[in-house]
Design a protein around this ligand. Structure first.
Ligand code: C5P
Length: 403
């Protein structure tokens, strides 16, 4: 669902924004509106809210509004900001970087694309200062729809009429399409977390993986537009936004869920899959007395090898076009990672040192990572950063690869 922040300026064309809100609703958009003081002379907040189904925001210094939803959040929680009618005043404020009411403040504060549908008297539109402001805004990346030519409410004739609601919707769709992420149209798969290999109904073999890095990678790929499937072992993390999540327990389940998700353009396997599993998982809890002791008093568990998901994907008939493995190592990080890349036949390896931190604790399961990216192009050493930043940088690298 796409979210529009609609800034309604003060002009007779404001009445058309009611129709616009309605048509957007029919197409599955949600619209939140900011009504300027001048806009409220032409349409009422009540009619705007009735059609949008959302509260209409009006005053910058309204403490209730600001407490519920600050102007910054308001401007960010949208995919596109639409200004209709865009008056000479609103254009001038944004071009000049001025902010003295909620509408102009939200326009300056937004990190989203802006689409303006200007409406004003033809002479105003043609005045050198409005021309200048329109040029500045276009150079700053603001998109325009209209104004159209024709008879104007003020009795004059020429360009100045606000574009019709359906034209504005077409421009909204174009603006949103242009703003799709660099990975739009691609599919991705990420594995994350540890696996648990059952010994009996209550015990298992596992490892310290938190799954944080994999969840961050899945979220970053989705944010860049890839349709992303995350196959996760047992972890305690909230599902990332915009990602399809499949939860599994064992390595064999992870392999099955991963293969079921193919074909995919991109696969990033961050999971710390257990290399081994008990050769039998007992149906009932193993008792202290169940297993014979050997001469040393030791008990043994016999282990069989788990499938290698990364190597399986590398040789799969639906091999992803870009296959990325992670290598958590405690020693000789780079040498092991280079060897692993060759052995598993993946395209890139992200290697990280999980030995110990300054206090001697294992860093596996932490929130930061210091990694090296190994590919055909050689080796890149990234500085220590948060797992979210590693994920973001990796997603950008992947986007470059597919550009
Ligand atoms: O455990 P290892 O260091 O070999 O893991 C390297 C890479 O291989 C990681 O990307 C991991 O997700 C993947 N792997 C796998 N299946 C396994 C073991 C590892 O996909 N059974």
């Amino acid at each position: 669902m796409k979210r529009i922040l609609l800034v309604i300026g003060g002009g007779i064309a404001a009445y058309k924004t009611l129709e616009l809100i309605r048509r957007l609703g029919e197409r599955g958009y949600t619209t939140r509106a900011i009504l300027t003081r001048a806009g409220a002379e032409f349409v009422t907040p009540l009619s705007v809210s009735a059609l949008s189904g959302e509260k209409t925001f009006q005053e910058l210094f309204d403490l209730t509004d600001e407490a519920q939803m600050g102007h910054i959040r308001l401007s960010r929680e949208a995919d596109l900001v639409v200004v209709a009618p865009a008056t000479a005043d609103l254009m001038g404020k944004l071009a000049g970087g001025l902010a003295n009411d909620l509408a102009s403040t939200a326009l300056l504060a937004t990190d989203k694309p802006i689409l303006m549908a200007p409406a004003m008297n033809v002479r105003m539109w043609q005045s050198p200062s409005v021309r200048r402001n329109a040029d500045i805004l276009a150079r700053d990346g603001v998109k325009f729809v209209g104004p159209n030519g024709g008879d104007m409410a003020c009795g004059e004739y020429g360009p100045g009429r606000m574009a019709e609601p359906m034209e504005i919707i077409a421009a909204i769709e174009n603006a949103l399409a242009a703003n799709k992420g660099a990975l739009h149209g691609l599919t991705a798969l990420v594995t994350a977390g540890p696996t648990q290999e059952a010994l009996d109904p209550v015990r298992f073999i596992a490892n310290r993986s938190s799954g944080r890095q994999g969840y961050a990678v899945a979220e970053a790929l989705a944010r860049h537009g890839a349709e992303t499937l995350l196959v996760s072992g047992p972890v305690e993390i909230a599902p990332p936004q915009g990602v399809k999540l499949v939860k599994v327990t064992s390595a064999r389940e992870m392999l099955a869920a991963t293969e079921a998700g193919l074909p995919r353009d991109i696969a990033v396997l961050t999971a710390a899959v257990a290399d081994w599993r008990p050769d039998v998982a007992a149906n009932a809890k193993i008792k202290k007395s169940d297993q014979p002791e050997n001469q040393n008093g030791a008990r043994s568990i016999s282990l069989v090898e788990n499938p290698d998901i990364l190597a399986t994907l590398a040789n799969h008939k639906h091999r992803p076009r870009l296959l990325v493995g992670f290598a958590a190592e405690t020693d000789d990080v780079l040498a092991h990672a280079v060897a692993k890349r060759a052995r598993k036949q993946c395209d890139w390896i992200v290697a990280n040192d999980v030995s110990t931190d300054a206090n001697g604790n294992s860093v596996m399961g932490g929130t930061r990572n210091r990694v090296h990216l190994i590919s055909d192009a050689g080796q890149e050493d990234w500085p220590e950063m948060s797992k979210a930043d590693v994920a973001q940088r990796l997603a950008l690298k992947i986007a470059e690869q597919f550009a």
